[in-house]
Design a protein around this ligand. Structure first.
Ligand code: PLP
Length: 286
């Protein structure tokens, strides 16, 4: 496996970064998670745009253009002969000293890792995930907005640990006011009385799969309504599904010990899973 590391492709075993890199010392950097299906990269432009928006939000200039970044990503796939892959571009603040001042870091480091990948949740697409609402809260929509896909994923990791300990498959984040935000690595939709709702993106990562899901729902004749949702709305929903690059589109059939709807993946959720399968295998950048 060859990893792109600051202008060169190096074998996996040699792909190492400095202990003085602020990505390592402070989680100071940004990243993306992208999928390729059958030799085509899904929503590549959207992911590259979001990477640059994340960098902008943390006042970091990525030292290559978007066009160059796009080419680096595609070249990483080609070099590794990968057709179905998960791609992880990372831009860290770069090498500095032990102080946190980013002005000490001369230049951001760019890393792109790609590896073979299948669907994340295996059998759970048929039976549904068990969700757990967690006590760690999602970041507030201030300067450290959840819209930044930063290398500092500690609250998502704490959420995951809590979900693991409670026997769940995915954590459900609430914000400081108790409104539902998202999962630890995916966005949330609920279906109630044949209407579809999803939280506003102020409180979560603006998921590229979420946007795709909204388009697919539109084609099916459903208008996804952005709303403030509470746990009550989730517990009493007919269906819940989550969307994300890694998870794709996956049903949640249990939450905090309650069955959601019938406790089986609902009809609209299953249509979404199929529609998502279709679109990821028929579009994308070759
Ligand atoms: N929310 C969080 C916290 C994530 O890390 C991700 C994954 O990237 C998502 C949502 C889903 O976003 P996307 O569909 O763009 O992968």
């Amino acid at each position: 496996l060859l990893i792109y590391l600051d202008g060169k492709f190096v074998p996996k075993a040699e792909a190492k970064v400095s202990v003085y890199d602020h990505g390592f010392l402070y989680g100071d950097g940004v990243f993306e998670g992208i999928r390729a299906y059958n030799g085509r990269v899904f929503k590549l432009k959207e992911h590259v745009d979001r990477l640059y928006d994340s960098a902008k939000a943390i006042a970091m200039d990525i030292p290559v253009t978007k066009e160059e970044m796009t080419e680096i990503i595609l070249e990483t796939l080609r070099k590794n002969n990968l057709k179905d892959a998960y791609i992880r571009p990372i831009v860290s603040r770069g090498i500095g000293d032990l102080g946190l001042d980013p002005r000490k870091c001369e230049k951001p480091s760019i890393i792109v890792i790609a590896q073979g990948w299948g669907a994340m949740y295996g059998d759970l697409y048929e039976v549904g995930l068990t969700g757990v609402s967690v006590c760690v809260r999602r970041n507030a929509p201030d300067a450290l907005s959840p819209n930044i896909k930063s290398l500092n994923y500690l609250n998502n990791i704490l959420a995951k640990i809590e979900a693991n300990e409670k026997g769940g498959d995915e954590a459900i984040f609430l914000d400081q006011n108790g409104f539902v935000c998202e999962g630890s690595g995916d966005n949330i939709f609920i279906v109630k009385n044949d209407k579809v709702f999803t939280p506003f993106t102020i409180s979560n990562l603006k998921g590229i799969t979420r946007a795709t899901a909204i388009e697919l729902l539109d084609e099916m004749g459903y208008k996804a309504i952005e709303a403030n949702l509470g746990l009550f709305d989730l517990y009493t929903a007919d269906e819940i599904f989550v969307t994300g690059t890694a998870a794709e589109s996956a049903p949640v059939t249990k939450l905090d010990g309650r069955l959601i709807g019938t406790g089986k993946p609902g009809p609209l959720t299953m249509k979404m899973v199929e529609a998502f399968d279709r679109i990821t295998r028929s579009t994308g950048t070759p």
